[in-house]
Design a protein around this ligand. Structure first.
Ligand code: KG4
Ligand code: ZN
Length: 356
């Protein structure tokens, strides 16, 4: 065996992307293949868990084949198999875990279970093939993870250690994007659709509420969703459209409301993250999770971090949404720190990363 190669095979199947990657020393991507189920779930306007699990079962071996061929390695080169064991949909997690266990067992490799949210944080350390070697984010840092299922702000003073500063008390940021996308008739997933619609907004006068929750670093998006429902209903009445009419609002109106909603989410996320970074004396900021693919969020956080002289690391959009490489990045750190999971590894649908 080529010991010390630093290479791990990583599997992600917690939600609606089947991802398999090979990553070296938690940083360099050798292969990263993602099969997205977005088109499948667009039909139902959201994820049906059993449909997601069946799609993982259908695609996981073709994804493995493609990633493995792309990496051009032998099993002697691989030091460990890492896999998302939670949080996520139980049926989806089981598919990835079972494939990971089988590979670890056949090839006699250590198995390392990885928290999906830790993967979103560690995506910030990834380097694409051929990209120049750069230092990873400096500690202490503040990490904002905004995905379809989770929204939290944590302080990291070193690798693999988290202090929770705040989290959502109701919906995740991505969930809010998806629900408001549906309200606006923009389809699933709402995040990219709202971003695209908002780009055309010329009228930016509709202001959506912000839930500041006092000095807390917690987030709340359910009030914003209720406000969006009210604002959309008023706009429809204004346009002479009935609530149950399938006719969408005129494109200009949709753009205006998409912009107002997005601006509210971005404003709260950025303001709290910057305040937290200042308060904990952070040396850098890390942004991750599917919502981190959002252009205005990336741009505004980058601008405000730069004004403070703080480096911000945001992975490219394809590494913000679910993928195997991020599990290889976090999985390598865990492996190097001595974490080993048994072949009795179980799925943990609910699996918090950090405590206050
Ligand atoms: O991290 P992720 O791929 O899956 C989970 O772990 O949940 O995040 C998916 C979420 C969805 O809610 C989707 O609407 C949102 O990320 N998202 C975006 C954008 N791209 C994906 N939200 C806002 N703007 C985007 N460009
Ligand atoms: Zn995710």
């Amino acid at each position: 065996m080529r010991s010390g190669s630093g290479l791990v095979l990583a599997i992600e199947s917690s939600c609606d992307e089947t991802g398999i990657a090979v990553v070296e020393t938690g940083r360099r991507i050798h292969a990263n293949v993602v099969a997205s189920q977005v088109a499948l779930h667009a039909v139902t306007g959201g994820i049906v868990p059993e449909v997601a699990a069946r799609a993982h079962l259908r695609w996981i071996l073709p994804v493995l084949d493609e990633a493995w061929e792309g990496a051009g390695l032998t099993w002697d080169d691989i030091e460990a198999v890492t896999v998302t064991d939670g949080p996520g949909l139980a049926g989806s997690l089981l598919v990835g875990i079972n494939v990971a266990k089988t590979l670890a067992w056949i090839h006699r490799k250590p198995l390392v279970g990885v928290n999906h949210l830790e993967g979103h944080v560690y995506a910030a350390w990834l380097l694409d093939p051929g990209a120049p070697e750069v230092e990873g984010p400096a500690f202490p840092l503040v990490a904002l993870v905004v995905s379809g299922g989770h929204t939290f702000l944590a302080e990291m003073r070193d690798h693999l250690t988290y202090r929770l500063l705040g989290e959502t008390v109701d919906d995740a940021a991505g969930e809010a994007f998806d629900k408001v996308g549906r309200l606006l008739g923009l389809g699933y997933p709402g995040g990219p659709a709202i971003q695209a619609a908002a780009e055309a907004a010329t009228d930016r006068s509709t202001v959506f509420p912000r839930a500041w929750l006092g000095e807390s670093y917690d987030f709340s998006f359910s009030g914003l969703k209720t406000a969006a429902r009210r604002i959309v209903a008023a706009a429809r009445a204004d346009e002479g459209l009935a609530g149950d009419d399938a006719t969408p609002l005129p494109a200009g109106r949709t753009a205006e409301l998409a912009w107002g909603f997005q601006d509210s989410v971005v404003d709260v996320l950025v303001t709290k993250t910057i305040r937290a970074a200042r308060e904990v004396g952070a040396a850098s900021i890390v942004l991750g999770g599917g919502v981190a693919a959002n252009g205005p969020l990336r741009a505004r956080l980058a601008g405000e971090a730069e004004a403070m002289g703080l480096p911000l690391t945001v992975p490219r959009p394809g590494l913000c949404t679910d993928n195997g490489a991020m599990i290889g990045a976090a999985g390598w750190r865990r492996f190097a720190a001595g974490t080993r999971s048994g072949l009795d590894l179980e799925a943990r649908p609910s699996y918090p990363l950090a405590a206050r």
